[in-house]
Design a protein around this ligand. Sequence first.
Ligand SMILES: Cc1ncc(C[n+]2csc(CCOP(=O)(O)OP(=O)(O)O)c2C)c(N)n1
Ligand code: SF4
Length: 325
Amino acid sequence: MAFQPVKYYQTGTFTVGNRLLPPETRAVQANMRRTNSLNSGHRACQGCGEALGARYAIDAAMEATDRQLVAANATGCLEVFSTPYPETSWQIPWIHSLFGNTAAVATGIAAALRAKNRSDVRVIAQGGDGGTTDIGFGCLSGMFERNDDVLYICYDNEAYMNTGVQRSSATPAAARTATTTQGNAFHQGKNLPAIAMAHGIPYVATATIAHLRDLEAKVRRAMEFRGARYIHIFVSCPLGWGHAADQSVRMARLAKETGLFPVFEAEHGEVVSVAKIRKPLPVEEYLKPQRRFAHLFSPRINTDAVARIQEMADRNIRKYGLLDA
Ligand SMILES: Cc1ncc(C[n+]2csc(CCOP(=O)(O)OP(=O)(O)O)c2C)c(N)n1
Ligand code: SF4
């Protein structure tokens, strides 16, 4: 069908369908020629945010690279549910690394491609928050520091989900896991996007599975750079967080709208854009639907802990300027 410009729709809102947008502004997923890089038939739980995030991110990367893409994948849910031997859901060249060395394996692939003068083929490394913020942290920091030509994507579901919901260094304060019965202690935590920025690498971004066009745009932007790039995607996990499977996207939206997960882009260590909060919400709205926070509300509300979580959200709002003046 020939493209016809839209006259009466507000394209900045959610009201317009993809078919009414100019082709260059349509979602990758709206393209019938999308690659379906992570194909159907995998074994993720119903409502898995990691599966959703990976599908959008890798399809966007495939489009941006004209399908010249190789991915290295850390051990974790994404690897396990997509590749039960001898099957695979991946429609791209894909290698399973060890749990902790994905960044190093991707660096090796990038070096091999350089030796072969194949600058057209691009490299992605991906893993969960455990593989990224804990066990793979040294390899990742090395990749950043050498400015290796790799895009690293962390799918942050805030715990080690694949082995039964153990705490990682990205688990938020007060969240109950299999290894933290009353929730984590309040602490400064390990903020990987900020740590990536501190390396001064060309591009760092955060995104969520509630804002998939934004995620696609950030993957596309990342592919415009050479050198080390990092995208941190907030992905809900119904099984580990204890919310209904159909609430995954809502949980991610609430994380952003409360200020608990700031969505921004940074280039060479400087924040260059932030996604403003449309309608600021109290953190209770995000916490209450999740069983991992149930101990904060029952048998009675822990006002101190909830206030401290609200403080964290308010601090993000101030630090990143998430509200319009
Ligand atoms: C060296 C090593 N230690 C432990 C494991 C067991 N293991 C496999 S997956 C996993 C958890 C992965 O958690 P994360 O990286 O957060 O990804 P998720 O499953 O949450 O997506 C662990 C501990 C392993 N495979 N290798
Ligand atoms: S445990 Fe969580 S991250 Fe793993 S497949 Fe299930 S929903 Fe996805």
